[in-house]
Design a protein around this ligand. Sequence first.
Ligand code: 5GP
Length: 186
Amino acid sequence: MAAKLFIVSAPSGAGKTTLVKELLKRFDDIVYSISHTTRTPRQGEVHGKDYFFTDKAQFMEMVESGQMLEWAQVHGNCYGTSGPFVQEQLTAGQSVLLDIDVQGGRQIMDFGLDSVSIFIMPPSLEVLEQRLRGRGTDTEEVIRTRLENAKGEIAQKSFYTHVVVNDMLDEAVAELIAIVEQETAK
Ligand code: 5GP
């Protein structure tokens, strides 16, 4: 299997986390890049597994010392990908998957780094709103911000190599698996 850098982006509530988990279950030779974030952990999230939870000062130190491959402010918090980690994996012939927002995805595309980018679309904005409310984890204000941001993110989907609509979960997973198989066979 050829080592590839996969970028998966989606508006929050599009079901990306579930899809990424399913994909990683299927391809145990793809490494998930654990991001750094200044966001506070949600219930059940584990430091070093879901994210590396850092404070703003530590985060900015990583940015200033050139350790972030990309970073962005998303919904008021900072998120970033470790450059040395990704480089090490790719050099060792290991594919890496980044679950990052559109700003980060576009930074990587703009560097000209070879990558396969996948944008996950919700079936509609109405369904996205229902899913965000259904999670029950966010306040009304957070839901409103995320819906507004979703519109801006969806407007940039054409920069991505592949677009997958997550309507029926099984179908979206099958589509993602086919993309990864096809890309790693190249
Ligand atoms: P959440 O707070 O819901 O875990 O993530 C919010 C958004 O931040 C998601 O769209 C997620 O993909 C994005 N994100 C997570 N890690 C990174 C990262 O390292 N860089 C960038 N640019 N976005 C990230």
